[in-house]
Design a protein around this ligand. Sequence first.
Ligand code: HEC
Length: 460
Amino acid sequence: MSSRRGFFFQLATAALGTRLRAEDRPKRDMIVRSARPEDLEMPLSGFADYITPIEHFFVRSHVYVPTVNAAEWRLKVEGEVGKPLTLTLEELKALPAVELVSVVECAGNGRGYYTPTVAGVQWNRGAVGNGRWRGVRLADVLRRAGIKDSAREILFDGADVPLGSMPDFQRSIPAKKALDSNTLLAYEMNGETLPVKHGFPLRVVAPGWASDSWVKWLTTIRVLDKEHDGFWMKGAYRHPGKPVPPGAAIPLDQMQPVTSLRVKSVIAAPLDGAQAIVGKPLAIRGVAWSGDAGPVTAVEVSVDGGRTWKAAALHADQRTQFGWRQWQLDWTPPQEAYYTILARARDAAGNTQPFDQEWNPSGYSWNVIPRAGIDVVKEISAPAAAAQSDAGTRTPPGGFREACSGCHEDDLIRQQRLTRAQWDREITKMTGWGAKVKDEDRQSLLDFLSGSYGPRPQGR
Ligand code: HEC
């Protein structure tokens, strides 16, 4: 080996040898929606990657991350099966391994854009990532356990422990989805051991479906002969399934569980508010994905607010069923002006993105056409410093810290924009989970919350 090649070879192996495990590499540049339990959003820069690096992968946690000892960990398969199983990680890994690329997206991704505003983590675009998942088919495990014909739903429970008296996070999927050959139990992500924040040692991979079905830290699979009626199926993650008046209170039993993702695109570049140079070619690019309705077949881009559209080029080597696809349109701004760039994806079933989203009570499944306004100029000028202000925030009343900061920080509270009635419901939800609010403090707490974190004006 020539000395030059040898030198680079040594450098490369040294770098590999010292590379930290995914576990120990810090998340970088994330938007912290909640520090504890951890809810981290990927910034727009993350959409430049095809496979989202683990350091940049969004994190959604209902509760604190559990520590699982792999040697003691077991997967139980029980319920409507002929032969209940208790599997070690080694036994599970002895089953045929399958690998696939799939987007995983939080059902609430984009919630922050809904008007009227709704309670919940105020995600913008980045509660989504494209991962390479490796594991075993859930169907193989279920067949091994002798799944019975009576099976209707498959219930998943993880090692996470509820906070206070909140209900345990358990989710079910229909038997048909569970037996689909693409539904996996994954122990690897992007070629590495599944990191703790992403469900170590085992998580459900339900391609095409929102991430509430991708249960992490999996310990129990229970085959049910009926619908599961736990809180996280009947009391959360429900959608009216049809347009309803904005702000309407829809009874939970008139809604249905969130399942498939919708066709969606993101503009990764240029960024909204950026400047571009007149006459200089500009790459407009991003990613697009869909859910059960099949892969993305086209992305169109408009540079004039939707009056005219041009087809973007889709990356040729990314034809997977469930992964996202990168797209690009090269365009040269012809004159000094302000341009409104839009992107609209279409999937195999012909679905496209709407200009305006029907509202739903929990702010799920946002997939409005994204826009980026750019100022085309002769010469780029230094950006004006953004004015930051927390004006209007009042001093918290006595009792607020004691009642509201045990389980999470106040970041989760400060990002909400809710009416008094919505805040009243939040307090009821939180006291139901164990928050201690004295009767005499409730009104001043409500005054503070609705006064400081009231709804933002209609219309954006
Ligand atoms: C017993 C623990 C606990 C206490 C005490 C508590 N919360 Fe929470 N709260 C939670 C958990 C857990 C979540 C996250 C739920 C999730 O991610 O699904 C949460 C989430 C929230 C959210 C986000 C919206 C939602 O419903 O998920 C708001 C707003 C909130 N809490 C407000 C409050 C207020 C106001 C108080 C004080 C009255 C409070 N919390 C006290 C456990 C608690």
